[in-house]
Design a binder for this molecule. Structure first.
Ligand code: SAH
Length: 349
């Protein structure tokens, strides 16, 4: 049977009209139940006739990822180990922050693939190898799990404010499903995320970048991690098959909205890419693209062959960037004590 969460709203409307001889608005009603009310079954959809509900239950399932374990870090970062329909396992992470009124807001980090084929040398997911792409329903099913959890935690503010596609996998190698997921995320009848609240992070797949840019449905973050081609080849050999020059040329033609910037992500690895001359090389790249920079200090993984730089080194690197007029911010690492931080996701149980 088909998982109804794998349909976009347009696809659902067409299916209702053509296959089920139901009116279009019925698809919209069911849609709201699925994505707004977090319905787990058709029986609860009380504004739909009993007969139609039975028919729907014969045609479709509503399959959420199954929660295997939930781990909460000292800083409240919460990691879910999820099992998909075929037994494959992925992780998603809820990351808390506090707004100016002192309310907790959550960002959710979503996975897009089971494993990852890019094999970046510093990333735990990359060491797992690639199993398969996640479907759209599986990707957004993670968000349903997250919403459900946050709603139980704080019924008055069940707010997941931002979604970042920075979990397991390379989003632009699963571009069809990713773009469908972005449309569903944006849909005002459903999840209603504005593009400013969605970030897709990629190591840079040219064909995917072109397609993603055309949608205008999210911010772009680019995992650069190296100030030149030779270091990039050394630490992310597969991504570096697209040369840095080619990649940067693609980014120059990436459509960026007024007042928006591409964010470059730069992972600091001790003795590899953390010298001040690297910072200056990096500044040239980021400034030429009118981009912003997110510095990330390496989080150790169990395959660790790298070390994070000393805090003074990190600060000096950051200051060198500022000196060269780069808007650089240090990404606060959250959830390290439960292996939920960047690059630590590997879905072990
Ligand atoms: N494949 C995508 C998205 C997943 S990784 C991408 O490459 O962007 C999300 C971010 O975490 C990336 O910037 C990634 O390079 C970074 N990351 C990977 N391993 C890390 C580690 N050990 N410590 C800190 N950040 C890491």
């Amino acid at each position: 049977m088909r998982n109804i969460l794998d349909f976009t709203l347009d696809e659902l409307r067409t299916t209702f009209v053509e296959e089920l001889s139901e009116p279009r608005y019925r698809a919209d009603q069911v849609w709201r139940w699925l994505w707004r009310s977090l319905a787990h079954d058709f029986a609860c959809m009380t504004n739909v006739s009993v007969k139609t509900r039975e028919r729907l239950a014969e045609e479709f399932t509503i399959t959420w990822p199954r929660v295997v374990t939930i781990q909460k870090a000292q800083d409240s970062t919460t990691k879910f180990l999820l099992e998909l329909d075929d037994g494959a396992r992925v992780e998603t992470v809820l990351i808390p922050s506090t707004d100016h009124l002192g309310k907790t807001r959550w960002s959710q980090c979503l996975s897009t693939q089971v494993g990852c084929p890019m094999a970046c040398t510093f990333c735990a997911t990359g060491q797992l190898g690639f199993e398969r792409n996640m479907s759209m329903g599986e990707m957004l099913g993670q968000l349903l799990v997250g919403r459900d959890y946050v709603q139980d935690l704080a019924p008055e503010h069940p707010i997941i404010k931002n979604v970042v596609f920075m979990g397991m996998g390379e989003p632009l190698l699963n571009c069809d499903n990713l773009i469908r997921a972005l449309f569903v995320l944006n849909d005002p009848h459903g999840l209603g995320f504005s593009p400013r609240r969605i970030t897709v992070s990629t190591c840079g797949i040219p064909a995917g970048l072109t397609r993603l840019g055309e949608t205008g449905l999210c911010y772009l973050a680019l995992s650069l991690h190296a100030p030149n081609q030779s270091i990039r080849e050394q630490i992310m050999p597969k991504a570096a098959q697209t040369s840095l020059n080619t990649l940067l040329a693609h980014l120059r033609s990436y459509p960026v909205k007024p007042r928006e910037h591409i964010t470059f992500e730069y992972l600091l690895l001790r003795g590899v890419n953390d010298e001040l001359h690297h910072a200056r090389e990096l500044a040239k790249i980021v400034n030429a693209q009118n981009g912003k920079l997110n510095l990330i200090v390496y989080n150790k993984t169990s395959h660790a062959r790298y070390e994070p730089p000393e805090p003074e080194r990190v600060l000096a690197f950051e200051q060198e960037l500022w000196k060269h007029h780069v808007t650089a911010t240090l990404r606060a690492s959250k959830g390290q004590d439960i292996d939920a931080a960047c690059g630590q996701l590997r879905a072990r149980s």
